[in-house]
Design a protein around this ligand. Structure first.
Ligand code: 7PM
Length: 275
């Protein structure tokens, strides 16, 4: 049984901390490439109160080059293994590769987070065979070209139609709906105004009855509004949660946990609930 299920049952927003093991990642500048540095970062996030650690070995930044699954495997597996060696923290694997899904699951990962929503050949079957929960993210186009000229007639409708199609594909492969998490894909083939709209209207993605994940931390839409990426990202996280997000994917775990604790205390009008 995945460690995600009991966490989601707590019915409070969960914080997913980003652990990049790519040499070219946008915010971390390659700091976390070596397994030992990656594990140090993971331990720090655990101390800071993270609920889920999202391990990613493929850069999906706009314009990024494709990574072979061998390369991705070599980056990610030592890190998953090392985290699992000394912690029961919930581990998410950020991948589109069937091989990486299977091997991560074998090493004790709990969630498959796929920015391509299982559209790669063999992915949906691989994910189904692991029995793990899956996050289906909306992306228009591919990372290399998605920011060229994003165009939507009705973005909310288009994302919901995409979710319906991917939910059906998963269901056909034997992934039941109670194992799915949906993510509108902030920054993936969208203009800044699209990104702001999908957070403001997040509630319209609730119609599928599934938990929602949002990742806006340190992304360029936030950077266009404010020079303070930390405050901007935490503010975005709070508003996303207020509009129904269940999981927030962030770089700044301690600050996001603090902000969400205050929000929860206000919503519950109790201090005890947080102690
Ligand atoms: C460079 C630019 C490196 C952007 C990495 C990124 C999401 C995700 C990413 C998200 C889910 C980042 C992104 N973003 N998975 N993976 N949702 N489910 O900022 O929004 O971390 S990669």
């Amino acid at each position: 049984m995945s460690r995600l299920v009991p966490l989601l049952d707590e019915s409070r927003p969960l914080v997913m901390g980003i652990l990049n093991v790519t040499p070219d990642s946008f915010s971390d500048g390659g700091k976390f490439l070596s397994p030992s540095a990656a594990i140090e970062h993971a331990n720090r996030m655990i101390r800071d109160g993270v609920d889920i650690i999202d391990v990613g070995g493929e850069s999906t930044r706009p314009g990024a080059l494709a990574v072979s699954s061998e390369e991705e495997m070599a980056r990610v597996m030592p890190v998953i293994e090392a985290i699992r060696e000394h912690s029961e923290i919930c581990i998410s694997i950020d991948t589109s590769s069937p091989e990486v899904m299977l091997e991560s699951s074998r090493l004790g990962a709990d969630i498959i987070n796929d920015v391509r929503a299982m559209r790669r050949s063999g992915a949906v079957e691989a994910a189904a065979s692991t029995g793990l929960p899956v996050c289906l993210m909306h992306m228009k186009g591919e990372p290399g070209t998605m920011q060229a000229a994003p165009f939507y007639e009705d973005i909310l409708r288009e994302i919901n139609d995409f979710f319906l199609e991917r939910i059906a594909a998963c269901s056909k492969a034997g992934i039941s709906s109670d194992r799915l998490v949906l993510d509108p894909g902030f920054g993936f083939g969208k203009k800044p105004e699209h990104n702001l709209q999908l957070i403001n209207k997040l509630g319209c993605f609730k119609e599928h009855g599934m938990p929602l994940l949002v990742g806006l931390s340190r992304k360029s839409t936030i950077a266009r509004i404010t020079d303070n990426g930390l405050v901007g990202s935490v503010t975005g996280a709070l508003l996303a949660v207020a509009r129904g997000a269940n999981i927030i994917r962030v770089h700044d775990v301690a600050e996001t946990v603090s902000a969400l604790s205050v929000a929860s205390a206000i919503n519950a009008e109790s201090l005890e609930a947080e102690l």
